[in-house]
Design a protein around this ligand. Structure first.
Ligand code: BV8
Ligand code: ZN
Length: 251
């Protein structure tokens, strides 16, 4: 287990505001497949065939088959020790902001209260013509691509596809949080999808202490102040034990 440094312990002891930026890796130990790992989703499917609006209009049945498969996985799993450790972090700082690229809702289910979902939420759906909202109960029993009860338009999952803008408020609040962070964690992300992947650099430029947690080095690792190599579901509970217990002893 990679140890966290005394520098990180002292940074966390005094930090008012901590930001945690997460990607698919933090949900891997819950059983959610990642995108770019060896067993990643993009090794089986091509994002350009599935995660963009043209693909959806061209072949809504294929895209719905993929999202229904992922909805079923996500409905059957639980947050893991990493999600719960982040939720517990809130008792030690004035502000803990979770900024996630994940669409699995696991941070909220683990108890995190400030969560910005940059790429949407797979449990939400809406009509592409009139915008009417549909939750999963209303659409999951359709065999074919579900249609809107109000205007018969195609219903889509409320996620951000390639080439689509991120939700403006979520993005703006995430940038503000990154600029204010004293400690910024980047956890379980390959940091290759923009603009989300620009957040660690925004935080670094604003003076935050940057910690990366991943099972392997990423494109961003060289710019982190500290890299903790290992599974987030193991490192985060350990980090809570070591960093915060000693912080509590100093109070
Ligand atoms: C945008 C859909 C502005 C939701 C996703 C050409 C045209 C248009 C845009 C672009 C273009 N070229 C580039 C772009 C920008 C593009 C982009 O960045 N492309 C990249 C790939 C080059 N971005 C966009 O299109 C974004 N929008 O730019 O709009 C715009 C709009 C119009 C006109 C002008 C400008 C939209 C991006 C969102 C795309 N949606 N998915 C869904 O179905 O999920 S992307 C997909 O990647 C997911 O959302 C995912 O969240 C995201 C990032 O992946 P990661 O989470 O990092 O997952 P990954 O598998 O890669 O990595 C997992 C990591 O965890 C690994 O490092 C692994 O080692 C680690 N790990 C594994 N297990 C563990 C672990 N770590 C710790 N513990 C473990 N146990
Ligand atoms: Zn409609």
């Amino acid at each position: 287990m990679t140890q966290c440094s005394t520098r990180l312990i002292s940074k966390l002891k005094d930090a008012q505001s901590v930001v945690v930026f997460t990607g698919a890796g933090i949900s891997a130990e819950s059983g959610v497949p990642t995108f770019r790992g060896n067993d990643g989703l993009w090794t089986k499917f091509k994002p350009e065939e599935l995660a963009n609006v043209d693909a959806f209009i061209r072949n809504p049945e294929l895209v719905w088959e993929w999202y229904k498969h992922r909805k079923q996985i996500i409905a059957s799993i639980q947050p893991n020790a990493g999600h719960y450790a982040l939720a517990r972090m809130e008792q030690f700082h004035k502000h803990v902001t979770v900024i996630t690229q994940n669409i699995d809702n696991l941070h909220r289910r683990a108890g995190s209260t400030t969560v910005h979902e940059l790429h949407g939420n797979i449990e939400h759906n809406y009509c592409i013509d009139c915008g009417k909202y549909f939750d999963d109960q209303e659409i999951m029993n359709h065999d074919r691509a579900p249609r809107c009860s109000a205007c018969n338009g195609l219903i889509r999952p409320d996620v951000v596809w390639f080439g689509e803008l991120l939700p403006v408020e979520e993005w703006n609040e995430s940038v503000t949080a990154a600029e204010r962070a004293e400690v910024f964690f980047s956890i379980g992300t390959s940091a290759v999808v923009y603009p989300a992947a620009s957040l660690p650099m925004i935080a670094r430029r604003a003076g935050a202490y940057i910690v990366e947690i991943n099972i392997e080095p990423t494109e961003f690792s060289s710019r982190a102040d500290e890299v903790l190599l290992g599974k987030s579901g193991e490192i985060l509970p350990h980090l809570l034990e070591v960093c915060y217990q000693s912080a509590l002893k100093h109070i």
